[in-house]
Each structure stands twice: as C-alpha cells, then as structure tokens.
Design a protein around this ligand. Structure first.
Ligand SMILES: Nc1ncnc2c1ncn2[C@@H]1O[C@H](COP(=O)(O)OP(=O)(O)OP(=O)(O)O)[C@@H](O)[C@H]1O
Ligand SMILES: [Mg+2]
Length: 270
C-alpha cells in the first residue's frame, strides 16, 4: 500500500522505543501513514525509568519543523514533550509559519515512572500560548489537574476540568482516564457543543508505557486522513486498547504496548 497521509511528530526520543517519537512513528506507520519528526529531546530510559534527558537546541527544533514541512507538507501534526519555555516558543513560532490546521497537543509533563518532563514556567506558557493553537488537547488526569488547578476523582470532575480548559481557549479536549482506578477506562471528549464518553475495557497490566503518546499519534493519523475529530478519537482509543491487550510483556518495569496490532504482513515477506 501507499501511505494514506503525512504526519509530523514533534516530540522527545525514548531510547526504549515504547513512548515518545519511537511510539509515534510506529503508530503512524502501523496505521498506514507517513511519519516525519522534529526531535525535542533525547531521553535515556528503559521500562524501569528515565536515566537522563538531553535537550535539543530550540533553534534546531524550529529548523527541523520548518525545513521538513516546507518540502513535505504534513496533513496533521502531533506535539508531545516540550520541556522548556524556549522550546515552546520555538515550536509556537514554527507553527505560525507552517499554518497546519490539524494540530494535536499532548501536554506531556510526567513519565509513567514519575520523572518530570517539563519545567514549571513551561507549563504556564503551554497554557497561554500553545493550547489555543491546537485543534485537540489530550491531557491525562495529573496533567489536567495541573493545567486547571482542580482535583479529579470522578467522571464529573473530568468533564468540569475539560470545560475549564475550553474556557482557557482549547477548541477540543480529550481527557484520558487511564489514571483513575475505575473498572472501565473512560476517556472523555469535550468541546463547546459536545460531551462524549468513550468507555473501554481496562486491562490489569503494568505494560502501559507510551499509551498517551500512542493515542495522540493515532488520533493525529486518523485526522490526517480526513476523518472527523470524534471518530478519530474513537478509533485512536480502539487502537491503543488493542495494543495494551496484546502487549508483548518486554522489560522489567512499565513495558511497551503492541503497535503492530493493526498490521498484517504480506505473504511475500513471511
Ligand atoms: N490499563 C488500561 N487498560 C485499558 N486502557 C488503558 C489502560 N491504561 C490506559 N489506557 C488507555 O490508554 C490511553 C492513554 O491514557 P493514559 O491516561 O494512560 O495516558 P497517559 O498517562 O498520558 O499515558 P503516558 O503515561 O504514556 O503518557 C487512554 O485511551 C486510556 O483509556
Ligand atoms: Mg502522557
């Protein structure tokens, strides 16, 4: 098959391959589209935790976005880890220039093992500058609590916080429910007109490394192919759910999920 669309990923590298740019490329590719990248940082990590983070110069992040997009125009952009004020400023400046509408912002703040991936000042700027530029923002519960200064314990709290983010200027919000210890996982889509709760089966596993990165990339891919936003969220959740279900159980900590769950290998290559 030929790639269905083109997606630009702006995110950090995860040496263990389960999250970050690596998860994003695998997701976009497994869903049939073409992935391009602007790497914001290099993390040295495995399934048990993050060892160190090496920042990429903000000007070089800007250059990766501009130089790549000028040549191959993306149909959608997924934004992940942006760790500092200067990185957010550079990405924001680049987005102003390339004017792509389908922007999915995953406001990554803390890694699954607990390591902080963004500094405090950067959170403020993310809120004031970047959220407004995105078509969809996909915070998890701890991130949403920080962004909206709320405490989230129930579905109703999730909806209230999402509405607050809409008041701050977000167009569409998908708040992820992975962190609430409910029997089913509820991911909730909210905009000014709609509230849609996506209920999925929760799996008892610690192998959920990169679920958030994977979800935002999957949604970006479906949007890049022209699917409507709610449908893109629904399909993205389904893809992540099956990827968790069929996880390969690698590593001693929070292991990766199975990005290949959508792929059938051609007989010629078997
Ligand atoms: N145990 C689970 N079983 C089924 N689905 C899950 C589970 N954990 C997370 N998910 C799904 O994975 C997606 C990502 O949600 P989550 O809340 O884990 O994001 P996140 O915290 O940003 O992930 P990450 O730690 O990778 O950044 C959501 O669609 C959520 O429903
Ligand atoms: Mg996340």
């Amino acid at each position: 098959m030929k790639p269905k669309s083109k997606v630009l990923i702006i995110a950090g590298s995860d040496s263990s391959g389960g999250a970050g740019v690596q998860a994003d490329i695998k997701t976009v590719t497994s869903l049939g589209s073409y992935a391009m990248t602007a790497v914001t940082a290099i993390t040295i990590q495995n399934t048990t935790g993050v060892k160190s983070i090496i920042s990429i110069n903000p000007e070089e992040i800007y250059n990766q976005i501009i130089f790549t997009s000028k040549d191959i125009r993306p149909n959608a952009i997924k934004i992940g880890m942006l760790h500092s004020v200067n990185v957010i400023k550079s990405v924001s400046r680049a987005l102003n220039q390339i004017k792509v509408k389908n922007i999915i912002l995953d406001p990554v703040m803390v890694a699954k093992g607990g390591a902080k991936l963004i500094d405090v000042k950067a959170v403020g700027l993310l809120k004031s500058k970047l959220i407004k530029k995105a078509l969809l923002v996909t915070p998890n519960i701890p991130e949403m609590e920080i962004l909206t200064h709320t405490q989230i314990k129930t579905k109703e709290d999730m909806i209230l916080a999402a509405k607050k983010l809409i008041e701050y200027g977000a167009k569409n919000v998908m708040i992820k429910g992975g962190h609430l210890k409910t029997k089913f996982v509820n991911d909730i889509f909210v905009n000014r007109k709609n509230i849609k709760i996506f209920k999925s089966k929760r799996y008892e596993t610690q192998n959920t490394h990169g679920t958030g990165c994977t979800l935002s990339s999957a949604i970006a891919t479906f949007l890049s192919c022209g699917k409507p936003i709610k449908k893109s969220c629904e399909l993205g959740i389904k893809y992540v759910n099956l990827a968790i279900k069929s996880n390969p159980n690698y590593g001693k900590g929070h292991g990766p999920i199975n990005h290949l769950n959508s792929v059938i290998i051609n007989k010629k290559f078997k």
